[in-house]
Design a protein around this ligand. Structure first.
Ligand SMILES: [Mn+2]
Length: 422
């Protein structure tokens, strides 16, 4: 390709969900309310600052810039102002719409500065950055539910240029994400592009290095199912080849699941000590950002009955502890009690029914990856026999989900024992 000596860099981001409220955070005295009110905007400000400081050549936004239709024009005015900052720094922006900001969803529209290219939604378009010898191909979502493979109509890569594909897609089906604009990795490869800038999946995932295919994840977690660091990816290209991918965490508030085993605790002071340690760890991991944490207590403890007798009081106790920790602030999103009493655990395990057998099998198991896959299959087969509480609700039990495979044993035991009436 005719790119000898050409060196450039760009930022790949997706799923900004501008002005999306952070869900599940109840206001209370001492909580870091101010920091979270405009978290998605602050995170996007960090992106703009990063682009300017690193003097990137362009920015790619791979869909879901907006969370849905604007409440008022302020969301659009905010975005126009940030695009103008990039224009003044000589940085171009290429963007597509996703399911959340599909053309049909956004009823208001503002003229964007001329450094911004928004791709069409009826067919793919190609934008060429002549001085960098780059061709960017993209098509946005016309409606919220795009179920056809948009990739089909994308052009073949230009052999003489560095080709980038912008696409909002669920790929071949990602658990927990709506199956929009499905396509396959082979389909992406067949286009002959050097880099696929994907959006839609909120957890960062590098799909392939040849060619480069990446979901950068969203730039700011919005609820407890979006824990951990969030950000964007800076890509450096030399002579038509990707040299480096740099992850930049630009989120301004961290979501954290603090799972604390209170097994063996027979005094509340011991519980508090373990909780304090978990909270402190979450704050340390967040590196100076405020934290929204769900506290999940599990394990067999003699304090089970006492905790369950007055969960609202304990909620306030742990909030008070969180507030007292200082730092950037820790927000207790929810207290989730999944403990059991030692007597209950022993009794259930001794039972000659499906649940008792399952518990014994899990406890006796030395888990490796093959086992957990097999176990997940067994659980699927057992689904109909499992209590309905396990299979519904926000924390429903899903044998194929990630935490499930990461820590299948502990999760299974605590969830099974926490079922009311089990
Ligand atoms: Mn999204």
């Amino acid at each position: 390709m005719g790119s000898a000596g050409v060196k450039f860099s760009f930022i790949h981001a997706a799923d900004i969900h501008l002005d999306s409220p952070l869900r599940g955070l109840e206001r209370y005295e001492g909580a870091p309310a101010e920091e979270i009110r405009s978290a998605t905007r602050q995170a996007f400000d960090n992106l703009v600052t990063l682009a300017i400081d690193q003097a990137v050549d362009f920015v790619l936004l791979a869909g879901d810039l907006y969370d849905g239709d604007w409440k008022d024009y302020n969301t659009g005015l905010y975005f126009v102002a940030r695009m103008a900052r990039l224009r003044d720094a000589g940085i171009r922006v290429f963007m597509i719409s996703g399911n959340h900001d599909a053309a049909s969803q956004i009823t208001r529209q503002l003229q964007l500065p001329d450094n911004v290219t928004r791709f069409a939604t009826d067919s793919p378009e190609t934008a060429v950055v002549e001085e960098l010898n780059v061709a960017i191909h993209g098509q946005g979502f016309a409606t919220r539910e795009v179920t056809e493979d948009l990739l089909q109509n994308y052009p073949q890569g230009d052999l003489h240029r560095f080709n980038i594909g912008l696409l909002h897609t669920s790929l071949d089906g990602k658990p927990g994400h709506e199956p929009y604009a499905p396509c396959t990795i082979d389909g992406l490869r067949s286009k002959g592009y050097q880099y696929w800038a994907l959006g839609h999946v909120h957890k960062r995932e590098l799909i392939s290095e040849e060619p480069w295919i990446l979901f950068p994840g969203n730039i700011q977690g919005r609820h407890i199912r979006e824990t951990g660091a969030r950000g964007c990816t800076l890509v450096r290209v030399e002579n038509g080849e990707v040299m480096q991918l740099e992850q930049h965490d630009i989120d301004v508030l961290r979501w954290s699941l603090c799972a604390v085993d209170i097994g063996g605790c027979d005094h509340i002071d011991a519980v508090c000590e373990r909780v304090r340690t978990a909270f402190q760890q979450a704050l340390d991991d967040a590196e100076g950002r405020p934290v929204a944490a769900r506290l999940q207590l599990h394990g067999e403890s003699a304090l089970h009955a006492r905790l369950h007798a007055d969960p609202l009081n304990w909620n306030q106790e742990f909030r008070a502890m969180a507030t007292g920790l200082g730092g950037a602030g820790l927000w207790l999103e929810k207290l989730s009690l999944q403990t059991c009493s030692p007597a209950d655990a022993a009794q259930i395990q001794a039972r000659e029914d499906a649940l008792g057998g399952l518990l014994r099998a899990i406890r006796e198991m030395e888990l490796n990856e093959a086992d957990s896959t097999e176990l997940a299959q067994q659980i699927s087969a057992l689904r109909q026999k499992l209590p309905v509480e396990l299979l519904s609700g926000e924390e429903r039990f899903d044998p194929t989900s990630e935490p499930m495979l990461e820590d299948v044993k502990e999760l299974l035991v605590t969830r099974l024992l926490a079922v009311p009436g089990s």
